[in-house]
Design a protein around this ligand. Structure first.
Ligand code: HEM
Length: 412
């Protein structure tokens, strides 16, 4: 990789296509870097692996946007999606202990690894149904026809959103990601629709508990710590929105990385044909490290002065941990810019670290593994139907994902 000589331009079109050379420069020359984001907000970018891990677990870095030093008009301008007045924003990713501890314990009782494991056959069915729809055509846009609907239907089913409402959810979710999670216009409208729908659904379930996640949350709160209706709605909202764009990007970026690395892809395909799962397990972790769904961890704000990577950070300063940069740090990963599906010792930060470590990691792994395995086995000659230079990334600060992924294959 050619390293830029001078400080690279961040957030340009070229940067969106391939931010890794710029991140390599930052790791080397300015590992804790003060920058102005496209929204105009200034923040620290943390790019080295060790610093990133430390920052993610540092209790002095709060998740509560109220700790942001305010601008001249007395407003925080982090652009956290929706308005806090929608009340859905007081969720796990925006709160600190003790509220975080209480809510996380509660949801962990309902969203267990066992529940996810039991869901595996259904994820396989959803995956096959989606592939059935485009397989006879010999071509598809894997983002719109596959990576996007799969996680939405999966999380809707887990939560207990009735089938007849799931397409509404898909449309609201599509609206949110098309507009990059910004706080205005269509996004705010979608957030309000989701809020009203969830409030109604939770109310209905209270009178008729089932076997789903929302019923599990209500049960857990009735038997232990209290969960207000608003907290329940915010919890469902974070499960939805933390879980769908990330998984779209795991499937999208992951498939794209495999298509660009034919030798690695052939090895994986061969091992899957032999019915072996071991390479698939390490492959999904490596794809998360190599070009993960979450480019920057969500916002953190200093509640007191602290030092990260030798850099003094003042109270109220926003800190963004660049997971994509940390996961390519040569000080931690040998040959970090090479995709090595059998990479061992792969403690990547793709799911974060510390108390906000991804709650949905078991579900994400299940969906990622099922999606990639089924695609490679059912459409073995899958290939890109467009030059890579024509592919565009979706906008938005936190996530890293493709807008579309046109592919072709022998009709099946
Ligand atoms: C938190 C990544 C899928 C639910 C996080 C964080 C990361 C992450 C990096 C921590 C953010 C931070 O500390 O600022 C991913 C990736 C996924 C994925 C890469 C897919 C490949 C999911 C799914 C769900 C989910 C499927 C749920 C259905 C959550 C929740 C949190 C979280 C609720 C907040 C946890 C807390 O604050 O305690 N995720 N995620 N994620 N994720 Fe995921």
């Amino acid at each position: 990789m050619n390293l830029p000589n001078a400080a690279p331009e961040l957030f340009s079109r070229e940067f969106a296509d391939d931010p890794y050379p710029a991140y390599a420069w930052l790791r080397e020359h300015s590992p804790v870097h003060w920058t102005t984001l496209p929204s105009g907000v200034e923040a620290w970018l943390v790019t080295r692996y060790d610093d990133a891990r430390q920052a993610l677990a540092d209790g002095r870095l709060s998740k509560n946007p109220d700790h942001h030093a305010e601008d001249a008009q007395g407003k925080s301008r982090t652009g956290i999606p929706g308005e806090r007045s929608a009340n859905l924003m007081t969720h796990l990713l925006n709160i600190d202990p003790p509220d975080h501890t209480r809510l996380r314990r509660l949801v962990s009782k309902a969203f267990t690894p066992r529940r996810v494991a039991e869901f595996a056959p259904r994820v396989q069915e959803l995956t096959d149904d989606l592939i059935d729809r485009f397989a006879p055509r010999g071509e598809a846009d894997l983002i719109h026809e596959f990576a996007f609907p799969l996680p939405i239907y999966a999380i809707c089913e887990l939560l207990g959103v009735p089938r007849e409402d799931q397409d509404d959810f898909r449309d609201w979710a599509g609206m949110m990601i098309r507009h990059g999670g910004g706080p205005r216009g269509g996004v705010a409208r979608s957030v309000r629709k989701i809020r009203d729908y969830l409030a109604e659904l939770i109310h209905r379930k209270r009178g008729d508990l089932g076997d789903d996640l929302i019923s599990g949350l209500i049960r857990a709160s009735d038997h232990g710590e209290h969960l207000t209706e608003n907290e329940a709605a915010a919890m469902c909202f974070v499960l939805l929105f933390a879980g769908f764009e990330t998984t779209i990007n795991l499937i999208g970026n992951g498939t794209y990385a495999l298509l660009r690395n034919p030798g690695q892809r052939a090895r994986l395909q061969e091992s899957l044909r032999r019915g072996e799962g071991a390479l698939l397990d390490t492959a999904v972790e490596e794809l998360l490290r190599y070009d993960g769904p979450v480019e920057l961890a969500t916002w953190r704000f200093a509640t007191e002065p602290l030092t990260v990577g030798g850099q003094r950070i003042a109270t109220g300063d926003p800190v963004l941990v660049v997971l994509a940069a940390a996961d390519r740090d040569p000080a931690r990963f040998p040959d970090p810019d090479t995709l090595d599906l059998s990479r061992r010792d792969n403690q990547h930060l793709g799911y974060g670290h510390g108390i906000h470590y991804c709650l949905g990691a078991p579900l994400a792994r299940l969906e990622g593994r099922t999606a990639l395995q089924t695609l490679l086995l059912r459409l073995p000659d899958l290939e890109l139907a467009t030059p890579p230079t024509d592919l565009r990334r979706r906008g938005g600060l936190i996530m890293r994902g493709l807008r579309d992924l046109p592919v072709r294959f022998t009709p099946a």
